[in-house]
Design a protein around this ligand. Structure first.
Ligand code: FAD
Length: 398
């Protein structure tokens, strides 16, 4: 098989996670190849809403909340850096989010006031209807909304393209339209990974990072390892408006409405666990519009420009897998960022780059470590190694 070169690191997957890691590594002077099955941003990263909702979102563990806050803090400078290097404007908008708080059956007046006070203690403001009418005349609310000035948003496909363009500009090599079929492993010891086999040949590297989203499980399964993922389909739509109808992102439990430049508003997203298809169901359009018009009634008068769907790479505990794969020396995973991978991409890249360049991974929180969910399959199909020597695997079912 043809050899296509030797790198310090090969990153598999040109989504926001892989592209951000590749960009960060190349800045540290490493020789890096980024391999993408299709084109960059063709997976979940091209379908996302682009909200960097570190303090509005609920996270499954405090470690993830911390990473989200750290990551969010990086985007202002990152946006400038990427623009300088590539000329790409990632569409970062910093007007902030509006959060509806409803009188619900399970939330009495006191609980609601407590929630508002807690939010105010975190730097959010209460905008009553008078203030809302001044700031956002097209928005309707019961008696007001919380305003969170800290949350930005951007265009995820542009962010991913900018990461990749900056990576190339700094000397990185992109192999697009190339699927990684298998990992390349030494036949001895702990099965050292030293490259990948693609449909076009072999690429060698000292370390390999799987940032291949939902595709990560297939690559690991080929090595006799199981890492569980939960796909969650989401559908969005874009509405063109004659003039800007909205300036702040509306972020509620059931819908988000995100103003994009120029005169576009994204409305999303459905949440359909277990679905892999990226068709947009007609019912999704109805569902999204019904929910959105509650807050921005004028939206139904806009021009429906496009609808799309993507699959969130979820995990059973809703935490990402970030860190080394102990079973296979030289192999790392950064995947499973579920509904916040755009937000978490900058922070994940910092964590991974620090670990790879220093050889120390102790600062990666245990909550993110792949070993919490990884186990070895006992399947006889796992008989491949470079040189054709089979490995024996211990079964560690979970
Ligand atoms: C509808 C929707 C809305 C969302 N909204 C937000 C949001 O507002 N904010 C936010 O932060 N996040 C959001 N997300 C989540 C976010 O999109 C994901 O968490 C993030 O994109 C994951 O990035 P990734 O790089 O891990 O995966 P992906 O973007 O899926 O990238 C993985 C890449 O690996 C490639 N690949 C797979 N297998 C191979 C192989 N064998 N060889 C080579 N390449 C391979 C794929 O082609 C793909 O391009 C949303 C997601 C969806 C679907």
């Amino acid at each position: 098989m043809r050899s296509n070169g030797h790198y310090d690191v090969i990153v598999v997957g040109g989504g926001a996670i892989g592209a951000s890691i590749a960009y960060e590594l190349v800045q540290k002077g490493m020789r890096v190849a980024l391999i993408e099955k299709h084109q960059p941003a063709s997976g979940a990263s091209g379908a996302a809403g682009g909200m960097l909702a570190a303090s509005s979102e609920h996270f499954a563990a405090p470690e993830l909340y911390e990473l989200a806050l750290q990551s969010r803090a990086l985007y202002s400078q990152l946006s400038e850096q990427l623009h300088e290097l590539t000329g790409i404007n990632i569409g970062l908008r910093t007007e902030g989010f509006l959060l509806p708080i409803h009188h619900q059956q399970d939330m009495d007046w006191e609980s609601r006031q407590r929630r508002i006070s807690e939010a105010q203690a975190k730097g959010m403001e209460w905008w009553d209807n008078e203030r809302l009418a001044t700031e956002e005349p097209n928005v309707r609310a019961e008696d007001g909304m919380l305003y969170n000035p800290a949350e930005p948003q951007l265009v995820p496909s542009l962010l991913t393209e900018a990461y990749v363009a900056a990576f190339i500009r700094l000397g990185g090599t992109l192999h697009s339209d190339q699927e990684v079929i298998r990992l390349l492993r030494e036949p001895n010891g702990r099965g050292l990974v030293h490259g990948v086999i693609t449909e076009h040949g072999i690429l060698y590297a000292d370390q390999v990072v799987l940032a291949s989203g939902l595709g990560t499980s297939r690559l690991l399964a080929a090595e006799g390892l199981r890492l569980p993922f939960l796909p969650v389909k989401g559908e969005l739509m874009e509405i063109r408006t004659p003039i800007p109808w909205l300036h702040h992102t509306i972020y509620s439990d059931t819908i988000y409405i995100i103003p994009k430049h120029p005169h576009r508003i994204w409305v999303g997203a459905t949440s359909k666990p277990g679905q892999h298809s990226t068709i947009v169901e007609a019912g999704a359009v109805v569902e999204l519009l019904m929910r959105a018009q509650r807050y921005v009634p004028i939206l139904t008068k806009g021009e429906l420009v496009r609808c799309w769907a993507g699959i969130r790479p979820g995990t059973p505990d809703e935490l990402p897998y970030i860190g080394p794969v102990r079973e296979l020396q030289g192999l790392w995973v950064a995947a499973g960022h579920y509904r916040n991978g755009i937000l978490l991409s900058a922070g994940t890249a910092k964590l991974m780059t620090e670990a790879i360049t220093t050889g120390k991974d102790t600062f990666i929180p245990h909550a993110f470590r792949p070993e919490r969910a990884l186990y070895q399959l006992s399947s006889a199909s796992n008989r491949y190694q470079r040189g054709g020597i089979a490995t024996g695997h211990n079964v560690r079912e979970s």
